[in-house]
Design a protein around this ligand. Structure first.
Ligand SMILES: Nc1ncnc2c1ncn2[C@@H]1O[C@H](COP(=O)(O)OP(=O)(O)OP(=O)(O)O)[C@@H](O)[C@H]1O
Length: 252
């Protein structure tokens, strides 16, 4: 579990996060949603430790990140997996080598064990063996995303961060990737945090949703609660399209 408590973050007098408190639960797909510029990315980067916060606590199962020594931060880094927008694979490496990369960087197992682990992860995301020797540029965007997920889970992370995991994917592939993230989160008991604009994803896998409005946490709940919320900003954001308005009507 990751608990964010009264977090403030400003940039040159621009108060971006205003006393944000939220709980991201273990074994669940936790989502951060909100309008453009509301502070989602700053919140996620603050939780990861890429931004130094001004005030507050960020507790990884009770370990407060701002208080940690460098040696503890190194330990924590190994417990964190990241899935970036656009996959961020190395094109000079094959699919298999991409997944082995974090193992080579951070684990001290033998080459054979690393390869076995990488293959296990690639199988887990249902990538066919014939793709293992290909370069990322030789496979589709959806397959690249699978490789990126396999790489993110290679070190058996306790915490998984996903920044816009569906960007650039068609709706059907997005759904498959969402379900994959959801499945591995449950299977491996990870605390997964997803930064997303995609309302399909929210409705599909939003087990714990944190809505940020102008730097404040305006609501927290799940995909079923969201249909019955009396919060104008949240309703305007989630049910902006005619399609989602109809979905809400059908659920009320
Ligand atoms: N490194 C930075 N330095 C200064 N200001 C920043 C920095 N990062 C973000 N901001 C400001 O913080 C505010 C929130 O930005 P953030 O990127 O968190 O929004 P967001 O909700 O993720 O938006 P989007 O959905 O468009 O990505 C914006 O006003 C932005 O200009």
């Amino acid at each position: 579990m990751i608990e964010v408590k009264n977090v403030d973050k400003s940039f040159d007098g621009n108060h971006v996060l205003k006393s944000v408190s939220a709980v991201f639960e273990t074994g669940k797909t936790n989502m951060i949603i909100g309008a453009s510029g509301s502070g989602k990315t700053v919140l996620m980067k603050s939780v990861i430790g890429l931004h130094r916060i001004d005030n507050g606590r960020i507790e990884y199962d009770g370990r407060n990140l701002p208080d940690m020594r460098m040696s503890d931060i190194r330990i924590l880094r190994r417990e964190v997996g990241m899935l970036f927008q656009g996959s961020a694979l190395f094109d000079s490496l094959s699919v298999l080598e991409n997944v082995m990369y974090p193992l080579e960087m951070f684990s001290s197992t033998t080459k054979d064990e690393m390869e076995a682990r990488a293959i296990f992860c690639l199988k887990h995301v249902s990538l066919a063996e014939k793709s293992y020797g290909l370069a990322p540029s030789e496979i589709s965007g959806g397959m690249q995303k699978r490789v990126a997920i396999a790489r993110a889970i290679a070190l058996q992370p306790k915490y998984l961060f996903c920044d816009e995991p569906n960007s650039g994917l068609d709706p059907k592939t997005s759904l498959i990737i969402d379900q994959l993230i959801h499945e591995i989160t449950h299977e491996f008991g990870m605390t997964t945090i997803i930064n997303s604009h995609d309302m399909n994803s929210v409705m599909e896998i939003g087990e714990n949703i944190v809505f940020i409005e102008k730097g404040e946490k305006a609501w927290q709940g799940n995909k079923d609660d969201i249909f019955h919320v009396d919060n104008k900003a949240l309703n305007d954001f989630v049910f902006a399209s005619q399609l989602f308005k109809q979905v809400r009507k059908a659920n009320q």
